[in-house]
Design a protein around this ligand. Structure first.
Ligand code: TXA
Ligand code: MG
Length: 319
């Protein structure tokens, strides 16, 4: 049990920062999805966070930081192109994998020599991270606030539904409204000569090349483990079928220009790619709330954000 806090005044955020510092878990909004936060230097808190998520323990977790000053605490040997990316896209939906310092312990890196860092672009998240930093905190480890393999939450209510029964009374869920991006951050491996995108997101390959002036390479050959890259992930209870061949009683997620056949339950009809990304996860959750057995999902075409949307739909549909 723990309560959703919807009026997040500075005072509430100060308390939440104290709570993190003393081992509590705080779920908080970011522009991508909600995260389940724990002090990145507190092994016990991180272990409890893994239990709440039911996540295998050797999986690395992203360290969220308040500002660029905190980068050097966690990472070293940072290539110039990574600095260009930080300057252009932080705060924002981008996680950089960098060589770790000795401060990034095995329990956040999944026993790897690299650490994942992100400055999120959400006022509430930034303020929480700043308050945490003021009391000596260095970073907040936060995976998406869902049970392992399930759909990431984009609202505080979805976090509550996913995790409520596993949280302790001292843990908190901060409500910052609906996440505006809706799919998880782009993960970029910055440990090699060229950047490689391990998980597509709102910061696209085109944007990375524009910022860095160097070519993005395929992730093949990377030694990095990324849990969200497991084939099956982001799955609702309903069976996800890719394509428009629906039947009555099925749910349907597709761009607005596709009409809803008779008897089919329309779960989302986005008009743009941005809207598609923003509502995809809540539409998948809605299918479960309505106890639908099957959902047809028609993938968007094109580059940019469409790549991330297709990635998540493909994984949601994987058996
Ligand atoms: O948008 C996001 O990235 C959200 C919000 C809360 O920031 N977080 C998120 O965390 O999606 P999670 O744990 O659900 O997915 C993060 C992915 C995982 O697949 C993890 O394996 C990878 O990032 N990752 C994190 N740190 C890493 C590291 N040191 N090395 C390799 N992969 C890492
Ligand atoms: Mg996740």
């Amino acid at each position: 049990m723990s309560a959703i806090i919807s009026q997040c005044s500075l005072n509430v955020l100060q308390q939440a920062a104290e709570n993190l510092k003393s081992g509590g878990l705080v779920a908080f909004p970011t522009e991508t999805v909600y995260g389940l936060g724990a002090n990145a230097e507190d092994e016990n808190a991180i272990q409890r966070m893994y239990k709440v998520k039911n996540r295998p323990v050797d999986h690395p977790v992203i360290v969220h930081i308040a500002d660029l000053d905190a980068v050097d605490y966690w990472a070293t040997d940072i290539p110039d192109y990574a600095i260009a990316l930080m300057r252009d896209y932080w705060p924002g939906p981008m996680t950089l994998l960098l060589k770790r310092t000795e401060k990034a312990k095995d329990f956040v890196t999944g026993n790897q020599e690299i650490v994942g860092l992100r400055i999120p672009a959400h006022t509430l998240a930034i303020n929480l991270l700043q308050e945490f930093s003021k009391i000596g905190g260095k970073g907040v480890a936060a995976p998406s606030a869902n049970r392992y393999g399930a759909v990431s939450p984009t609202t505080a209510q979805a976090v509550d539904l996913e995790l409520q029964e596993y949280l302790e009374p001292r843990d908190q869920i901060l409500d910052g409204g609906q996440s505006l991006v809706g799919v998880e951050s782009t993960i970029i491996d910055c440990t090699r000569e060229n950047p490689a995108i391990l998980r597509p997101g709102a910061i696209t390959a085109e944007m990375v090349e524009q910022s860095t002036g160097i070519i993005v390479i395929e992730p093949e050959g990377t030694k990095v483990k990324v849990s969200g890259s497991h084939k099956q992930h982001y799955s609702p209870n309903a069976k996800v079928i890719i394509g428009a061949e629906t039947k009555p009683g099925n749910g349907l997620i597709a761009m607005a220009d596709l009409a809803t056949p008779e008897g089919v339950i329309r779960l989302a009809a986005p008009k743009t790619l941005e809207e598609y990304a923003r509502i995809l996860y809540s539409a998948l959750r809605e299918a479960d709330a309505q106890k639908l057995a099957e959902i047809n999902v028609v993938m968007p075409e094109g580059n940019g954000l469409a790549v991330a949307i297709r990635d998540r739909i493909t994984r949601a549909a994987a058996l």
